[in-house]
Design a protein around this ligand. Structure first.
Ligand SMILES: NC(=O)c1ccc[n+]([C@@H]2O[C@H](COP(=O)([O-])OP(=O)(O)OC[C@H]3O[C@@H](n4cnc5c(N)ncnc54)[C@H](OP(=O)(O)O)[C@@H]3O)[C@@H](O)[C@H]2O)c1
Length: 225
């Protein structure tokens, strides 16, 4: 049994890979560019498989019965000219991977969704919700993570935005509007994902509070700071 992380070289995906390696899990990342540009010792232990997620023939051989899959591929902003739409990247990418993974007999599938999105990028969240619906009818156990704003050292400027958001959350009216974007540290999100993979009783939607609670159960046992 191994863990497949789609987009394992990204901001959230690489933290999931890092923590999985520290738990002694065998990890394969699938993304177009392979390993991240920066080099860190744990990266030597990940198999960085290069493939476009929509080219299922290129990567389906990586999957084995019983594997676990974490899907992180997705976009925040569309680039329509390059056909990088919300429907394709936040919706179809999940469905493509889930369909291929189900045929291979994987045991568990986790999707990084989102709590909400501002009205001007409504399509972002609509595509995510469509993919979430698809996961409900699959033969594997699935978890849908709905974090707010994810911050951490792997993405410049995010700690500052998180601090501003936390400040805004204390102001009654602004707080109500910002609730869906409450910051979640990338290490806590990754810890919650890995913990859920290990606990068969966890399935379905994990909102911001559930992510925090699940990450807290790891606190003290794992390095996720
Ligand atoms: N960051 C946040 O605050 C936040 C909040 C809520 C939810 N989310 C969700 O979390 C997920 C991950 O976000 P992130 O910030 O970690 O994104 P990211 O850093 O941009 O990572 C996405 C990864 O997907 C890979 N990828 C993109 N297109 C691909 C394709 N066609 N085939 C294979 N791999 C592909 C990219 O690697 P290659 O370029 O090598 O292919 C990249 O490493 C997204 O679904 C996002 O919607 C993020």
């Amino acid at each position: 049994m191994k863990l497949i992380v789609t987009g394992g070289n990204g901001f959230i995906g690489s933290e999931i890979c890092r923590q999985a390696i520290s738990r002694g899990i065998r990890v394969v990342s699938i993304s177009r560019r392979g390993a991240p540009k920066r080099r860190e010792p744990w990266m030597e232990d990940v198999l960085w498989f290069k493939a476009d997620i929509f080219d299922t023939h290129a990567w389906k051989g990586v999957l084995e019965k019983g594997d676990q899959v974490v899907h992180t591929v997705g976009i925040l902003l569309e680039k329509r000219k390059k056909k990088l739409t919300y429907d394709r990247m936040n919706g179809e990418s999940v469905i493509t991977v889930a369909h291929t993974a189900a045929k291979a007999g994987i045991s568990t599938f986790a999707m990084i969704s989102a709590s909400d999105a501002p009205p001007f990028i409504k399509g972002y969240i609509q595509a995510k919700r469509k993919a979430e619906e698809y996961l409900k009818n699959q033969p594997f156990r699935s978890m849908i993570f709905r974090p707010g704003f994810v911050y951490g050292p792997g993405r410049k400027g995010t700690a500052f935005i998180a601090a501003l958001t936390r400040f805004g959350l204390r102001i009654p009216l602004a707080g109500k509007m910002l609730g869906a974007y409450a910051p979640v540290h990338v290490s806590h999100l990754a810890a919650a994902v890995l913990e859920s993979l290990e606990k068969p009783e966890i399935q379905g939607i994990l909102d911001i509070n559930a992510i925090r609670r699940t990450a807290q159960t790891v606190s003290g046992r794992e390095d996720h700071t």
